[in-house]
Design a protein around this ligand. Structure first.
Ligand SMILES: [Zn+2]
Length: 288
């Protein structure tokens, strides 16, 4: 029998159960329908066989090909392409999403670790031969939290912002007119957006490693201003990428009618929240 016997045909956006509608078809089977709850135009073929047409590169897909983690992460960097391939009808696998984020965290951790080891070696070497006590101090810092020194408030707000977007989305989506979006879609979009945080951390690692080596062996006079400029470039690129990501997610993926209004509200409120948290932290009102 058809797949909707065990999986009721639900609206992909708001998850409202639409399985009563096919039962009313007597004369003909329409190709398209409209969700009575959120107004989304649905393709009945998508609802009745959602597993079809999941891209092979997609980490959540059942028939995913090899290297799907890396291929998915790279595709995230092209939001338009990502949301063209990944659609609301594709079943959301929370376990896979968690695995994706964990792998990103691991990648970020390894890159931070490499950065601290590299920097410590450069610094230690410029003060004399490396001995066991130097290595122990180094390990203490890098193992516990490799980004220990990465505590500038704007970096902090960059990391917290993508998470705040999800929180604001969850709070506002019910009150935004005709924007009923099931929370699972917000979780999916947020999980993949963490790729930008990881990419920024890795870019930061590369530029900082360059800085350390040039500090020790190269022409510091030139690099002295290049290093902060690169830092800014990475931060600005990340902000632009996250903005594009959510514009594409609300427009292409969630197919919201007034996507730009939802997008502006969500990124605006969460951006303000991240800024306030950063200022708060900067002035030592909280310590963590
Ligand atoms: Zn709906």
């Amino acid at each position: 029998m058809t797949s909707h016997d065990d999986h009721p045909a639900r609206c992909p956006r708001c998850r409202y159960d639409l399985s009563a509608i096919p039962a009313t078809w007597e004369v003909a089977c329409p190709l398209e329908g409209v969700c009575s709850e959120c107004g989304l135009v649905v393709q009945w073929c998508d609802l009745l066989s959602p597993r079809l047409a999941v891209p092979r590169w997609f980490f959540e897909g059942d028939n995913r090909g090899r290297f799907s983690f890396m291929r998915t992460a790279v595709t995230v960097l092209m939001p338009g392409r990502f949301w063209q391939g990944v659609r609301m009808v594709h079943p959301i696998r929370m376990g896979r999403l968690a695995a994706f984020v964990l792998l990103l965290v691991l990648m970020t951790y390894v890159s931070g670790f490499a950065l601290r080891v590299g920097q410590s070696l450069v610094i230690a070497q410029s003060f004399g031969p490396i001995n066991l006590s130097v290595v122990l101090v180094m390990l203490k810092v890098v193992v516990i939290w490799p980004y220990y020194y990465w505590t500038a408030p704007w970096h902090f707000s960059l990391v917290i912002w993508p998470v705040l977007i999800a929180v604001v989305f969850a709070i506002l989506s019910d009150s935004l007119h005709r924007s009923r979006v099931h929370w699972a879609h917000v979780v999916r979009a947020t999980a993949y957006s963490m790729t930008f945080v990881a990419a920024a951390c890795i870019a930061y690692t590369l530029t900082s490693l360059c800085t350390s080596f040039i500090w020790a062996y190269g022409n510091w006079a030139t690099w002295g201003w290049v290093s902060p400029a690169l830092d800014w470039a990475v931060s600005i690129l990340m902000v632009v990428a996250v903005l594009l990501w959510w514009a594409s997610a609300t427009r292409r993926y969630m197919a919201l009618e007034r996507w730009w209004a939802v997008w502006l509200t969500v990124v605006g409120v969460s951006g303000l929240g991240a800024f306030v948290l950063a200022v708060w932290r900067h002035y030592g009102l909280v310590t963590w």
